[in-house]
Design a protein around this ligand. Structure first.
Ligand code: HEM
Length: 409
């Protein structure tokens, strides 16, 4: 990949006085689209690492911003339950419909059994078998960009690679993958749940009925015929888990698109990578740390517990801000530097513990394939307009990255 660095931007670690000391701003989606949440997180790590937010539109919750606190919460599901939801949600919306039903929203021991039904579809061997399919998807999307002379790194490249792959894993036939892609896009852009999309739900109900009657070699058949505690999953559980899996790929798309953007914005790091391909694995990890697309995870305390001198009561909501942990200066040297050779890099972008991202291998391989293809092909990318960032407190990253694309010379 050759980058013409007209739009190069350097990170801005500096924290101004106010609004930095106003952690309440963190729940304003606009801050994440156009502001600098890192300045607030930096202030919080130093001055208020365990911070209480009072109830408003959202429930009251505690914010954790230091690496070790975040990691400890992820690794203690007995004290910090996922079963009442893992994302901040307006009180008016009530409980998350997936609570206690989807993989992300269950606790051990049920979680382990449910994960067991899906894990084989995401392990190293399964992902290796998908490499050819994913490489083709990468090549097709880039070839289309070259043909048109332009593309959007999010819609035309990253979203397609991650969505076609999860569709194939679940068992959505090739001819229906485009519809799934369109429904998911509409929901992601409108920040709506996929379950609210009639097209999506109607389609999956039919597909589930087919796989229940006649199982094939796909994840949906595993869910339709698997058991947890000796009982088959309910139809609702099956559907919500499919929705959860498709929804979770939004992180995959963001990692790919934000990764490209990070390299465009740091041409010297891209040059390092081009000169030394042995840096690819480290570069992938640095992209995950740097872009940290999952902005927060929420847990509910199951018992009173003390963190940093604060007493958290049973039932309290605890929110861990992942991008903040990944810039913690007590763990990462020069954390505001994008460094494709960074080692060690024990980032928390994919969480930790029981709920460690099940799509982690898939996401890492997709990143490697995209970077390798770009570097090998000699395709030239140039940012051709402003980046639009997502206005969300759940996921972070670009909504649109317009690019000019030139064929290799
Ligand atoms: C390739 C696409 C991906 C898929 C299919 C996927 C799928 C999932 C699923 C199903 C879970 C729940 C696991 C469990 O509860 O046991 C999960 C958890 C998680 N994933 Fe991913 N993921 C993907 C990519 C990513 C990426 C790229 C990131 C971040 C850079 C990410 C960050 C996380 C985090 C932070 C969690 C923990 C959520 C929580 O428990 O609160 N995922 N992922």
């Amino acid at each position: 990949m050759t980058v013409l660095a007209e739009h190069a931007v350097q990170p801005r670690p500096a924290a101004g006085p106010d609004p930095v000391g106003r952690p309440g701003l963190l729940t304003d989606p606009a801050l994440h689209a156009t502001g600098d949440p890192h300045a607030i997180w930096r202030w919080m790590r130093e001055h208020s690492p365990v911070h209480r937010h009072e109830a408003g539109e959202l429930p009251a919750f505690w914010s954790l911003t230091r690496y070790e606190d975040i990691r400890a919460v992820y690794r203690d599901p007995a004290t910090f339950s996922s079963a009442q939801g893992v994302l901040l949600r307006p009180l008016a919306l009530g409980e998350d419909p997936g609570a206690g039903q989807t993989l992300a929203l269950t606790d051990p021991p049920r979680h382990k059994q449910l994960r067991g039904l899906m894990a084989d579809w995401f392990n190293t061997r399964a992902v290796r078998e998908l490499e050819g399919f994913m490489r083709d998807a990468v090549r097709d999307t880039l070839a289309l960009g070259v043909e048109r002379g332009a593309c959007d790194a999010v819609d035309d490249v990253a979203a397609r690679i991650s969505m076609y792959t999860i569709a194939r894993i679940i068992g959505v036939p090739r001819e229906d993958q485009e519809s799934l892609f369109q429904w998911a896009n509409e929901c992601f852009l409108a920040h709506r749940s996929l379950a609210a999309h009639h097209g999506f739900m109607g389609y999956f109900i039919d597909l589930m009925d087919q796989r229940t009657a006649e199982p094939t070699d796909d994840l949906l058949s595993s869910l339709a015929h698997g058991t947890v505690d000796g009982e088959p999953l309910t139809e609702e559980e099956i559907l919500l888990n499919c929705e959860n899996l498709v929804g979770a790929t939004e992180n995959g798309r963001l990692a790919l698109a934000a990764g490209l953007l990070a390299l465009l914005e740091h041409p010297a790091e891209l040059a390092r990578l081009r000169a030394d391909r042995a840096l690819l694995p480290a570069a992938g990890e640095e992209i995950l740390r740097w872009t940290s697309s999952a902005t927060h995870s929420m847990r509910t305390a199951t018992r009173p517990v003390e963190i940093g001198g604060h007493r958290i009561e049973a039932g309290d909501k605890v929110v861990v801000w992942v991008p903040s942990g990944n810039r913690d200066e007590t763990v990462f040297t020069d954390p505001y530097r994008f460094d494709v050779g960074r080692t060690p890099n024990r980032h928390l972008a994919l969480a930790a513990g029981e709920h460690f991202c099940i799509g982690s291998t898939l996401a890492r391989v997709q990143l490697r394939l995209l970077l390798t293809e770009l570097l090998d092909s000699g395709i030239e990318l140039e940012q051709s307009g402003p980046v639009v960032r997502l206005s969300s407190i759940h996921v972070a990253g670009p909504e649109s990255v317009p690019l000019r694309v030139r064929a290799p010379r």
